[in-house]
Structures are given as structure tokens and as C-alpha cells.
Design a protein around this ligand. Structure first.
Ligand code: AMP
Ligand code: MG
Length: 365
């Protein structure tokens, strides 16, 4: 089982592995995983019996894992490679680290009048980013590229120089990002788009949608704990997702049984470094430019991974109370928030409390 990375996770070399691990006993593992898919062995299968096949690679700086229910491992591998190809395309277009990406072009033109042409996929991600930015009152901000660059979590992390951080914060702001049909621009120099909080979810949805269109009976697409669950396990049961405790690599907060939905986690244990007992991690409060301190971890269940991804990051920044309020307003199906003190807050309970104070029906347990 994957553990919580004890120290700052250093970016792993980019590889394209496709490792079949058929009929294995328990789990999809990822380097910084907060949610684990619990798989169970299908022993003694005949060749025509559907079984679980798992393939993984490293893309978008995380472990991408595709789990498929299929009668044929070669067919399953072909499908998994199609999903990995989608991730490669999304990364090449939306990574701020790749100079040739559309996002890098957009950022290089910040402050100029010129628009940058964008694909329908990137347009969808930018529009969803702005929707969640507005809904969360700016807690989710897709324009933190310069702030994130100063923290350098992708290279091990360091405390930014205060004046540079203050300048980067003042140059950021989601209202500076304009999205039009097929094009986008940033209206202030020094502002830059960073889609690290949402693009993985988009890629997971794109991969999952492809598998649905291919008619798979069951699958999980998992990018470092951002998952879409499709259909059922070979025995017809729902998928089981173990939500990892943010401070206990061996502990599960809960096992979610679900299908045809997204389960996405954000946490302060994914990328961080410690200075004088303070944990500096990669989820930034856009108002201060410093890591948000109200939570240890957030897990959101929603229909689409892109939405769940953005919402989990936003709720983490807002903290448990405002975070649950956001998730309720956004229509999340379920959520778990572990606050800074380790107390677990549930969306279902919060919803029940609200309906009770409004005198409405009590939510069923
Ligand atoms: P996630 O793991 O989905 O919560 O995303 C964290 C990543 O999103 C970081 O590594 C940054 O690239 C980016 N990010 C950090 N803070 C924010 C924020 N407040 N709003 C949007 N993206 C952020
Ligand atoms: Mg996110």
C-alpha cells in the first residue's frame, strides 16, 4: 500500500510504463495517494472470465493507474495505453512546465492584448476554473503560476523571499483571466495560469469517458488519488475506495463503496517540507500566498473528476466550515474534510444539520 510521503516528494523521472499486474490482491497504489482503490483477486479464472487488469505509468508528475475489468489482458492493455496517450496530450497542452504548451504561450503573452487560441478541452478547464474561483470567492485561483514557482514544490520546495512573494500575489487574480470562444488571455503582466489544481481531474474524466465509449463493464482511472469509477467489479459489486488518513499511512479514514462517480482528494501530505516544525505544503491561500492551514486533507465525491478536483482544492483553502458550505452549494455528492486538528467533518452531517435548522426533513443516515 502506498504510504504518505514522509518528506517532500521529489519529482520522479518521467517514464511511460505499462505494467500489467493481473488478479492482484489489494490495491491501486500511487506515490501520493489519498484514496486507494481496494481490489480483490479473481482466482482460478478461465480465459473468458472477466478479471481485473491494472496498468500504471508516471505522467503529470504523478502515478496514473488504469484498472480494467476485461476478459482479455491484451485488449485491456490497449485501452490503458489509449488512456495514457490522453494524459500525455493533456500534459503537453496544459502544463506550465512545458515551454511548448498552450498554457506557457498564454502565460508568455500576459499583459499583451493578443489572445491565445485554445482547444475545446483547455477552454473547458479554464471555464470550470473560473466557475469554481467565483463559487469559492477566489479560494480556488488558476492564476497562481508565479506564486507556485517561488515555492518550487516541484523541485523540493523552499521558502520564498517575502518581497518576491508579495509581488507575485499582487500580480495574480482569477479575474485577470479572460476566456472567450476558442481563445484566452491574461490582462496583467506577471500573471500566469497554473492548472495543477484541476487539470489532472480533466485528464481523468477524458480517460474515463474514452473507456465508457469503448463499452467497458468496469474500470477505475486514478491519477495520484484523483479517480473516476466506472461500472462494477467482476463480481458485479461496486468499487471500494479506501480514503487514506492524512497523518497515518497505514490508516484508512473510511472505505467508500461507489460506482459511476469521481472520488478526488487534496492533502497537505502530497508535497511539503518542514521548517521549525511548520509544514509548508503546495495548496496555497491566494490571499496570503502562503500554504492554507485549515485542513490536512479533503476528499470529494462528485459526478466529474474535473469538478471534484477544483472543489477539493478550494475546500482545502477555505477550511472545514466554509469548505463544506462550498461543497454543499456546488452539489457534491459527499465529502470528508480532516481539519488541522485531525477532526473529520462530513458533508452528509453538515447537510443534515442545515436541513434541521431550516426545519426540513432530516437526512437519512
Ligand atoms: P490539488 O492537489 O488538486 O489540491 O492541487 C494542488 C496544486 O494546485 C498545486 O500543486 C498548485 O499547482 C495548484 N494550486 C495551489 N494552490 C491553489 C489554489 N488556491 N487554487 C488553485 N490551484 C492551486
Ligand atoms: Mg484539485
Amino acid at each position: 500500500m502506498a504510504g504518505i510521503t514522509p518528506t517532500l516528494s521529489v519529482p520522479e523521472p518521467r517514464r511511460f510504463l505499462s505494467l500489467p499486474e493481473e488478479n492482484r490482491e489489494a490495491l491501486c497504489a500511487a506515490r501520493t495517494l489519498a484514496a486507494l482503490a481496494l481490489l480483490f483477486s479473481v482466482a482460478g479464472c478461465r480465459p473468458s472470465t472477466p478479471a481485473i487488469h491494472t496498468f500504471s505509468t508516471i505522467q503529470m508528475d504523478t502515478v496514473v493507474e488504469v484498472t480494467l475489468v476485461d476478459t482479455d489482458s491484451t485488449h485491456a492493455r490497449t485501452l490503458a495505453d489509449e488512456v495514457f496517450a490522453i494524459f500525455a496530450r493533456v500534459e503537453a497542452e496544459m502544463s506550465r512546465y512545458q515551454e511548448s504548451s498552450t498554457v506557457s504561450t498564454l502565460n508568455a503573452r500576459a499583459g499583451q492584448a493578443a489572445w491565445t487560441p485554445i482547444s475545446p478541452g483547455l477552454e473547458a478547464v479554464l471555464r470550470e476554473s473560473l466557475r469554481i474561483a467565483e463559487l469559492s470567492n477566489g479560494a480556488f485561483d488558476p492564476t497562481l503560476a508565479e506564486v507556485n514557482r517561488l515555492w518550487s514544490f516541484d523541485e523540493g520546495g523552499r521558502l520564498p523571499e517575502p518581497a518576491a512573494l508579495a509581488a507575485a500575489v499582487s500580480h495574480a487574480g482569477w479575474r485577470l483571466l479572460q476566456v472567450d470562444s476558442g481563445r484566452a488571455r491574461l490582462t496583467r503582466a506577471g500573471c500566469g495560469v497554473d492548472l495543477g489544481g484541476i487539470a489532472k481531474g480533466y485528464a481523468v474524466d477524458a480517460g474515463a469517458d474514452l473507456l465508457v465509449s469503448r463499452g467497458v463493464s468496469g474500470a477505475i482511472v486514478n491519477a495520484g488519488g484523483d479517480m473516476r469509477l466506472i461500472g462494477h467489479r467482476p463480481d458485479g459489486g461496486p468499487w471500494r475506495i479506501g480514503v487514506q488518513h492524512p497523518r497515518d499511512p497505514d490508516g484508512l479514514l473510511e472505505v467508500i463503496r461507489a460506482t459511476d462517480c469521481a472520488v478526488v482528494s487534496s492533502g497537505d501530505y502530497e508535497r511539503y517540507f518542514m521548517v521549525d516544525g511548520v509544514r509548508y505544503h503546495h495548496i496555497i491561500d491566494p490571499h496570503s500566498g502562503f500554504p492554507a492551514m485549515g485542513c490536512q486533507g479533503v476528499t470529494v465525491v462528485a459526478e466529474r473528476a474535473m469538478t471534484a478536483d477544483g472543489l477539493a482544492t478550494a475546500a482545502f483553502v477555505l477550511g472545514p466550515e466554509a469548505g463544506l458550505d462550498l461543497l454543499r452549494r456546488a452539489g457534491a455528492r459527499d465529502a470528508l474534510i480532516v481539519d488541522a486538528g485531525g477532526t473529520v467533518h462530513r458533508l452528509a452531517e453538515a447537510t443534515a444539520a442545515v436541513s434541521a435548522t431550516k426545519g426540513g426533513d432530516k437526512a437519512t443516515p
